[in-house]
Write a protein that binds this ligand. Structure first.
Ligand SMILES: Nc1ncnc2c1ncn2[C@@H]1O[C@H](COP(=O)(O)OP(=O)(O)O)[C@@H](O)[C@H]1O
Ligand SMILES: [Mg+2]
Length: 235
């Protein structure tokens, strides 16, 4: 593990304005976010603030907010967000050296919207491969060194089998001293044994378990009987 806790101090803010309007961001300001396992999944409804959080964590660590590896941290024309520039981390014992200097920090930020551009910059020639294949090439080629790997809904482009492969890469990273923070809607990814699952919502941030996740329950019931859900949305 690289970091044990993320936090941010802000002198004053307008809680009617993004990102301070999000309960999860306000909870980060008051309580911080503790990481108790090498893999953390952030789960929650659309609009709950998962992307806002993971982007700020990536920025705070020195990763390019457009997505990409540590090598690209200065390549982006995008300014750091107000939240991202205030994020600080408490290092885990094995992360002290890395947090001690910007140049020692390694990692990768996989951002759904800009993943293809980022992968192209990193030499993964996504022209010749599908979106999902590009993602997998990045996981195979870039997810090797211990570092902080931040992902935003990586499952979006992946088939079932590819998601399973991704879980294998995530697990290997975690076992070799790396750390993963991943926003996701995937009942498959969140099932990784030993991972921390944090629910993002109106309550802010809440630690939970895979078995207690509403999304897992919905998928289970949907697969058992799609009609029970579809009759509410189809004419
Ligand atoms: N750059 C931004 N400026 C203003 N509002 C934003 C910005 N980015 C996201 N939001 C708003 O913040 C809320 C949370 O968005 P987001 O973090 O993308 O949620 P999630 O990833 O959980 O779906 C949404 O209501 C969204 O419209
Ligand atoms: Mg999002």
């Amino acid at each position: 593990m690289i970091v044990e806790r993320a936090y941010a101090h802000v002198e004053s803010y307008d809680d009617g304005e993004w990102p301070w309007s999000l309960p999860c961001v306000r909870m980060l300001l008051t309580d911080g976010l503790r990481f108790t396992a090498p893999v953390t999944f952030l789960v929650g409804e659309n609009g709950s603030g998962k992307s806002t959080l993971v982007e700020a964590l990536a920025e705070g660590f020195g990763l390019d907010p457009w997505g990409g590896s540590h090598d690209w941290r200065y390549a982006s024309p995008r300014a750091k967000s107000e939240l991202g520039e205030r994020i600080r981390f408490d290092a885990a014992p094995r992360g002290r050296r890395m947090l001690g200097s910007w140049s020692a920090r390694t990692g990768f930020f996989l951002r759904a919207e800009t993943a293809l551009d980022a992968l192209e910059r990193e030499g993964f020639a996504p022209d010749s491969v599908s979106h999902g294949e590009g993602f997998l090439a990045a996981f195979r080629g870039k997810f090797l060194r211990p570092g902080l790997y931040v992902m935003d809904e990586p499952e979006a482009a992946l088939s079932f089998a590819s998601c399973l492969e991704l879980i294998g890469h995530i697990d290997r990273l975690a076992r070799s001293g790396g750390q993963v923070v991943c926003a996701t809607h995937s009942p498959l990814l969140t099932a990784l044994p030993g991972a921390d699952v944090i629910e993002v919502g109106d309550h802010g941030l809440r630690r939970t378990t895979w078995g207690e996740l509403a999304l897992v329950d919905h998928w289970r019931r949907y697969l058992a009987d799609p009609g029970a859900y579809l009759r509410h949305v189809l004419d």
